[in-house]
Design a protein around this ligand. Structure first.
Ligand SMILES: NC(=O)c1ccc[n+]([C@@H]2O[C@H](COP(=O)([O-])OP(=O)(O)OC[C@H]3O[C@@H](n4cnc5c(N)ncnc54)[C@H](OP(=O)(O)O)[C@@H]3O)[C@@H](O)[C@H]2O)c1
Length: 250
C-alpha cells in the first residue's frame, strides 16, 4: 500500500507517516516550508524498511497540487490519501471580531483548505477508481463544531470537509473507496506549546482524563485509512480530546 500524507513534515502528519510506515506501507509526505523537517521524517520512514519520499505541496498555490501527486506516483499509485495539511490563518480566540475579518482572509482560508483539498482528492481518485480500492481521510478540528469567539474562517473551512466527505462517500463508494473525517481536539504535538495548567484542565474534562498526542491521532487515521477499515465511510470520527472542548472556554 502507498499512502500520501499532506503536511507530513510536522505534528500529526509526521506521526501518521511513521505509524503507516510501521505497518509496512510506503509513504509519500508533502511539506510546504519545512523541507528539512520533511527529509528527517522520510529518513525515519525508510528506517522502518519501506519506501518514503517528500514532495512540495502548497494548498494556497493550486498549481503545486497535481505535480505533487504526480511526483508521489514515482513510488506508486496512491492507495490512501490523508488530507492533513492546513493553512492555519488566524485562529487566536478573541484576536479579532468577526466583522473585522477581511474578505481576503475568508477567501484564502477557503481557497487553501477547501478548494485545495478538493483538487487534491480529484488528483488521487482516478487511480483509486482504476484499482477499485481506496481510502481517504480528511483531518478536521473540533474548532469547527465547537466554535471559538473571533475569527471564523479556519473552523468554517474545516466544517466544509465534513460535507466533502459525505458527498465523496456516496460518489466513490461504488468503486471501493471509503472516505472519513478524523476530528482532532486539542492534540499535544509539541509544535505549539500550551500552558500546562490549560492542558491539565482540558484533560480533566475528557472521559479518559487525558489529551491525545500526535501518535493517538495517527492511530485513528491509520485505522480509517487502511484495509483494517472494511466498510466505515462518510463518518465524522471524533478523537477523545474533543471532549475537552476549546481552550478559550477555560
Ligand atoms: N494540533 C492540534 O491541536 C489540532 C487540533 C485540531 C485539528 N488539528 C488538525 O490536524 C492537522 C495537523 O495539525 P498539526 O497540529 O499537526 O499541524 P502542524 O504541526 O502545524 O503541521 C501543519 C502541516 O501543514 C503544512 N502546511 C502549512 N501550510 C500549508 C500550505 N499552505 N499548504 C500545504 N501544507 C501546508 C505544514 O508544512 P510545513 O511545516 O512544511 O510548512 C505542516 O506539515 C491539521 O489539519 C489541523 O487543522 C490539529
Amino acid at each position: 500500500m502507498h499512502v500520501l500524507i499532506t503536511g507530513g513534515s510536522s505534528g500529526i502528519g509526521a506521526a501518521t507517516a511513521l505509524a503507516y510506515a510501521r505497518t509496512g506501507a510506503d509513504v509519500t509526505i508533502t511539506y510546504n516550508q519545512g523541507e528539512e523537517r520533511a527529509a528527517e521524517v522520510v529518513k525515519r520512514i525508510k528506517e522502518a524498511g519501506v519506501r518514503g519520499a517528500a514532495v512540495h505541496l502548497d494548498l494556497e498555490d493550486h498549481a503545486t497540487i497535481a505535480p505533487a501527486v504526480a511526483r508521489a506516483g514515482a513510488i506508486d499509485t496512491v492507495d490512501a490519501l490523508v488530507a492533513n495539511a492546513v493553512r492555519w490563518g488566524n485562529i487566536q480566540p478573541g484576536s479579532m471580531a468577526f466583522e473585522d475579518v477581511p474578505a481576503a482572509e475568508w477567501s484564502a482560508a477557503m481557497h487553501a483548505n477547501v478548494v485545495g483539498n478538493a483538487l487534491l482528492v480529484q488528483e488521487v481518485l482516478p487511480g483509486m477508481r482504476r484499482r477499485r480500492w481506496g481510502r481517504i481521510v480528511l483531518v478536521s478540528s473540533g474548532i469547527g463544531e465547537e466554535g471559538v469567539p473571533g475569527p471564523g474562517p479556519y473552523g468554517t473551512a474545516k466544517m466544509a470537509l465534513h460535507g466533502m466527505a459525505r458527498a465523496l462517500a456516496w460518489e466513490a463508494g461504488r468503486d471501493g473507496i471509503l472516505v472519513n473525517v478524523a476530528v482532532a481536539g486539542l492534540t499535544v504535538t509539541g509544535v505549539r506549546p500550551f500552558p500546562q495548567d490549560v492542558l491539565d484542565r482540558l484533560a480533566a474534562r475528557t472521559p479518559s482524563r487525558r489529551l491525545s498526542t500526535a501518535e493517538d491521532m495517527a492511530a485513528l487515521i491509520v485505522f480509517l485509512g487502511s484495509a483494517a477499515n472494511h466498510n466505515l465511510t462518510g463518518e465524522i470520527i471524533r478523537d477523545g480530546s474533543n471532549a475537552g472542548r476549546s481552550a478559550h472556554a477555560i
